[in-house]
Ligand binder design. Structure first.
Ligand SMILES: Cc1cc2nc3c(=O)[nH]c(=O)nc-3n(C[C@H](O)[C@H](O)[C@H](O)COP(=O)(O)OP(=O)(O)OC[C@H]3O[C@@H](n4cnc5c(N)ncnc54)[C@H](O)[C@@H]3O)c2cc1C
Length: 389
């Protein structure tokens, strides 16, 4: 699209990537509408087709321009931004979108609780209105990146006299509020990527409520569908675990046995089919918010990551036994692919839990894509406060 090429040229002529500060460059890119081109003008985009993004990214990368640190701000970029665009008001979009894109604000997701993971609608963290401020009390868990986040998206219960899905409201939380306490949780890999978060009298202005009171489930569903696309739909061929194994196969003849070759080829084809289904899903996204099909993508991604990282260990078993680094680290950039094969194998275990477990993904696909009979729901229609807990 000529207008886009002109805009890219114009941006580069005013902001030399070699000498401009990264946040300043990204801010200027946002202002030029080249951040998320399918977002509206004034909100980081130009209202053009989402498919144009790849071209803009490629042109800017070729000019040596800095890109946002998606690994560090995956929740801000992949989940908070599209949710704010769909449900936030003009003031909220104005305040948050640009700083998400420049990564001046890192975001985390305060959804899961000790008693509400798969059944997210069962959250017990309460928010009550005091004047024009909400007071939040409760406990969250598995909160990735909470230790370096400035903001969080939160689902909290604002009415327990109605059935569980109807009594939820969605908020933005300032993680520097004195009532927010973040404690590390160590994973099977040794890293503490995520945390427990205790919320005690946390104050949230009503202007940071996203959507209407009681409409939190609708907003959260949009976030979760975006999360599944963000997790499941890699853009490039051989971008995930298959790329690491295929690369090893090409470089190292000692791993090439006939049995392993058949397995590698089968997984290569399956990951490619999943990647192409992701392309289709992104086309579907152009027509609005992502649908439940994103669950199938996430399900396939998790299975492939686990099976292929297992294949990598079979190809080089001694390397897998030698774990590279067991030091507890508070990483700011979770990586599915970094470090040795032992790390990749262990980290892939979380892929079928994070963003919704594979069992739940199968339920979503069965009910909402295939139209099969619904899972048994004993608490349906019962006020939340009357559900035995
Ligand atoms: C690496 C990682 C990062 C995460 N990051 C975040 C984050 O940033 N923010 C956040 O809010 N959460 C995060 N989570 C939490 C994650 O979303 C939850 O762990 C997940 O939704 C499962 O919830 P749960 O752990 O409470 O398990 P449960 O819901 O207690 O499930 C236990 C088991 O029962 C199965 N099960 C439950 N209900 C059903 C059913 N109806 N039918 C069939 N099987 C069922 C589940 O599939 C699972 O196998 C993260 C998790 C991981 C592993």
């Amino acid at each position: 699209m000529p207008e886009l090429d002109d805009k890219v040229r114009d941006l580069l002529s005013h902001y030399d990537p070699a000498t401009t500060d990264k946040a300043e460059f990204l801010g200027a890119r946002f202002d030029a509408g080249l951040a998320w081109v399918h977002f509206p003008r004034g909100r980081g985009g130009l209202g053009v087709s989402r498919g144009e993004q790849e071209r803009v990214d490629a042109l800017l990368a070729a000019a040596g321009a800095p890109a946002p640190d998606v690994g560090r701000n995956s929740i801000g970029m992949g989940m908070a931004a599209p949710t704010l665009l769909a449900f936030g008001d003009a003031d909220q979009q104005e305040r948050y979108l640009r700083r998400i894109y420049t990564c001046e604000d890192i975001w985390c997701q305060l959804f899961s609780e000790p008693g509400a993971g798969s059944d997210l609608a069962a959250v017990a963290t309460r928010a009550r209105l005091d004047g024009d401020t909400w007071i939040v009390d409760g406990q969250k868990v598995w909160t990735s990146g909470a230790h370096h986040a400035q903001r969080a998206i939160l689902v909290a219960r604002t009415d327990s006299s109605v059935p569980k899905h109807a009594g939820l409201t969605y908020f933005v939380v300032d993680m520097s509020d004195p009532g927010v306490e973040v404690r590390p949780l160590r994973q099977i890999t040794g890293e503490a990527e995520f945390n427990e978060v205790f919320l005690s009298g946390v104050r949230v202005p009503n202007s940071d409520r996203i959507g209407d009171v009681g409409q939190g489930w609708k907003v959260a569903t949009a976030t979760l569908n975006n999360e599944r696309v963000a997790i499941g739909a890699g853009a490039a061929r051989e971008a995930g675990q298959i790329g690491v194994v295929a690369d090893r196969w090409r470089r190292d003849p000692s791993v090439r046995t006939p049995g392993a070759q058949a397995e590698l080829l089968a997984w290569w084809v399956e990951t490619e089919v999943t990647r192409l289904a992701g392309v289709r899903l992104r086309q579907q996204l152009e027509a609005g918010v992502p649908g439940p099909e994103s669950s199938a993508m996430k399900l396939a991604f998790a299975r492939q990551a686990q099976e292929i990282s297992g294949l990598a260990l079979e190809l080089a078993p001694e390397e897998g036994l030698l774990y590279d680094d067991w030091t507890m680290t508070r990483t700011e950039r979770p990586s599915f692919l970094g470090r040795g094969p032992g790390f990749r194998y262990l980290r892939a275990k979380g892929n079928s839990i994070e963003g919704g477990t594979s069992e739940i993904m199968r339920n979503v696909v069965a009910e909402r894509v295939l139209g099969l009979p619904a899972d048994h729901r004993p608490d349906k229609g019962i006020p939340f406060k009357e559900v035995p807990r």
